[in-house]
Design a protein around this ligand. Structure first.
Ligand code: MOS
Length: 721
């Protein structure tokens, strides 16, 4: 019998909200560990070369300094390889071995570490470390001529070099209407509010505790166990709150190893908090990616050919690859499709997933090209999408477990007023501004993984849910509370959720939008198991059954993992985004006046938090379209704007009216809870809709984001010539 759903589906407020706004929520850098010392990283100042000499004398003599660690004075670690590698790690290459040799692989690489009594002393002394470099040739310019095919390991992980179905080149050559669209998306940074930080503490028995900003505490534990050659049960990783991450917390970055090394060296707990500048090169980023989309269509809009090529950057030591070309293969019905993916090794730190990894980039390319095709056809861009709805997954031929994309298009268009958008030049003018409207589809594959959760019910009517998952902001605490409250028949405030600790039942990465489809079902199963243990069936408050058993408390665990539906069906979240922009042609400024997004994400556990996620994705999409770019100087190989006053994320004044809503959707084929996941989809399509709206307003085809005032003005001047 399915339990009543009092809380699942209700717009309850964040259960951790009061803790967050009162400061009671403790983030990685905030833990008050006695006898804490502080570490500060010294970063390489060349993109490639060797350390010729390193002079630490002035730093060692500075006030409060406990140790200065370099490759010459740091012990060699075993760096055991991991097999299989975690899903979030590159499939080829080798992680950065910090302070193990004299090789500089990118500007910003840690080359020394200063440990001191206070953070200020550590930072001041870090500035005194003198490093002389013997530079070598570096690849710091993005040049597709040097790109290469991905390795077999990467191809097997869903990032193949070349794919083809049908006769793409032939169909394109014969297509009555064709477009050929190049596009550039620059390096982007996660830019979360909370910087990454790690506190490392060893006990007398050689056990290590890490308080770390992480989206995956189990992965940090396993990674550090392999790096240090320790048994996993010697390490505990604690990360109860994460102040935004967007993917930067999926991997275990080198500073975690540095913190543990430093704590070992000085025999005290050590805190290593990255500065905002250091975040740009000591955690990942969305890689610079260049694309070419060729589309061929019949006059009625039906696609006959999609050819999508993309080249992404990776580091010289690891092969990070994205699923940039998945949308080209899966989003629209088309018999002739070819994709070609290439990688360019550069002297940069390794990129990493950033919200909507692969898909958000691929859909920026594909959906702007679809807009160009619509204009080449003389067709309404929305009608072009409708003419190409994929009723089954066009790549595998499998049925969708659910697909309400058509409803997203229809309902979002209606709410936006697409049919009545300004169409004439006069209607598009508002004073000196030009009004433009644009749209795009959104698509993100849905997955789930293996997880366990524990429930403990107490005779006083309280319950505890425990799992090693995280909450980087989407509302895991709240959503798991809702699932448990329903399954146990308890008021929401009687349920406590404990997460973010590797001592709890294992969970996969809090990423890829899989958390609710994975943990939500594990929690429901744990509660069902407890109900069975207590001999209670049906629904309603489980506490009386516990009291009848005479016990003070009872606990059960539940698991969840993908079933045969994962083989038989394709699952994905879908959406449609509509944008209205105001462009000042003289100043080149673009304001996003309105965004409307309709989403098919399966069952919505909490409409309030789900809407927050979606409008958050819209804000990030405004950044992607208009302002965000980590400017990489190709002469010195350095990120030139590694701070939040020059790397521009949207502020309130950049954001117009945002409307996000959910179409009716409930995917019980995909999983019993019926959720598909909605973190990544919220960014997908947003930037494309905005870029398409800029064209509608100005007639300018911008083929590079961010669409800055300089680029608009330059494009206008080029058109005027
Ligand atoms: Mo998301 S890029 O999987 O945190």
């Amino acid at each position: 019998m399915t339990p009543a759903t009092t809380f699942v589906g209700s717009p309850v407020s964040r259960v951790d909200g009061p803790a967050k706004v009162t400061g009671a929520a403790v983030y990685a850098a905030d833990f008050d560990i006695p006898h804490l010392a502080h570490a500060s990283i010294v970063q390489a100042r060349v993109p490639a070369g060797r350390i010729a000499a390193i002079d630490t004398r002035a730093a060692e003599a500075a006030p409060g300094v406990l140790a200065v660690m370099t490759h010459e004075t740091t012990r060699r670690l075993p760096w055991h390889p991991r097999d299989p590698r975690p899903g979030v790690d590159p499939k080829a290459g080798e992680r950065l071995h910090v302070l193990q040799d004299d090789v500089v692989r990118y500007d910003g690489q840690p080359v020394a570490l200063v440990v001191a009594q206070s953070e200020e002393q550590a930072r001041a002394a870090a500035d005194l470390v003198r490093v002389d470099y013997a530079p070598t040739a570096a690849r710091t310019r993005f040049d597709v001529a040097y790109a290469r095919a991905p390795s077999e390991a990467t191809a097997k992980a869903g990032r193949p070099g070349d794919t083809s179905r049908g006769d793409p080149e032939g169909a394109f050559a014969q297509a009555p209407v064709r477009v050929d669209v190049p596009f550039v998306q620059p390096r982007e940074q996660h830019a979360a509010i909370e910087p990454h930080a790690t506190i490392a503490a060893w006990d007398e028995d050689g056990r290590l505790t890490l308080w770390d900003k992480s989206q995956w505490v189990d992965n940090v534990r396993t990674e550090i166990a392999h790096v240090f050659g320790l048994a996993e049960d010697r390490i505990r990783v604690i990360s109860p709150f994460v102040g935004g991450a967007f993917g930067s917390g999926l991997r275990t970055w080198p500073h975690v190893t540095l913190a543990a090394l430093a704590a070992e060296r000085v025999g005290r707990p050590v805190r290593l908090a990255l500065t905002r500048r250091q975040l740009f090169t000591n955690t990942g980023f969305r890689p610079h990616t260049e694309s070419r989309v060729r589309l061929g269509a019949f006059p009625d809009g039906r696609l006959t050919a999609i050819l999508h090529e993309a080249t992404g950057q990776t580091s010289t030591y690891e092969e990070y690859a994205e699923t940039t070309l998945t949308p080209a293969r899966q989003l629209y019905a088309c018999p002739n499709v070819a994709t070609r993916y290439r990688l360019l090794d550069m002297n940069v730190n390794t990129p990493s997933p950033m919200r909507g990894p692969g898909a958000a980039t691929g859909e920026l390319f594909l959906e702007t090209a679809m807009d160009e095709l619509a204009h080449a056809l003389g067709m309404n861009p929305l009608e072009l999408r409708r003419a190409n709805l994929a009723k089954t997954d066009p790549d595998s031929g499998k049925p969708w477990s659910s697909n309400a994309l058509a409803a997203c298009w229809d309902q979002a268009a209606a709410r936006f007023g697409w049919a009545d958008r300004p169409r004439t030049d006069e209607a598009r003018r508002a004073g000196r501004e030009r009004i433009g409207s644009g749209m795009a589809s959104a698509f993100y594959p849905a997955h789930r993984a293996k997880a366990r959760a524990r429930v403990t019910l107490y005779a006083n009517g309280g319950a505890m849910i425990q799992a090693a998952t995280s909450d980087m902001g989407p509302g895991t605490y709240t959503a798991l509370s809702q699932v448990a409250a329903d399954a146990l028949g308890l008021p929401l405030e009687q349920v406590r959720v404990e997460i973010g600790d590797s001592a709890l039942p294992p969970a996969p990465a809090h990423g890829g939008s899989i958390t609710m489809a994975t943990l939500g079902n594990a929690v429901a199963n744990a509660c069902a198991a407890l109900r069975e243990t207590l001999g209670a069936d049906g629904e309603g408050d489980l506490t009386p059954a516990l009291r009848r058993s005479g016990r003070d408390s009872a606990a059960a665990e539940g698991a969840s993992s993908p079933g045969k539906e994962a083989q038989e069906y394709e699952s994905a979240a879908f959406g449609a985004v509509f944008a209205e922009v105001r462009v000042d042609p003289e100043l080149g400024t673009v304001r996003v006046a309105r965004l409307v997004g309709g989403y098919d994400v399966g069952r919505v556990v909490n409409p309030k938090l789900a809407r927050s996620q979606c409008i958050g994705g819209m804000v990030q999409g405004i950044g992607m379209a208009l302002s965000e770019e980590a400017v990489f100087d190709r002469h010195c190989g350095r990120v030139m704007n590694a701070n939040l006053s020059d790397y521009l994320v949207p502020v309130c004044a950049d954001v117009g009216a945002l409307e996000a809503f959910f179409v009716e959707s409930d995917d019980r084929v995909f999983n019993p809870l019926g959720v598909k996941g909605l973190a990544e989809i919220a960014l997908c399509g947003v930037a494309a809709a905005i870029v398409n709206a800029v064209y509608d307003a100005t007639g300018l085809r911008m083929r590079e984001v961010p669409v800055t005032p300089e680029r608009i003005v330059t494009a206008q001047a080029a058109r005027g010539r």
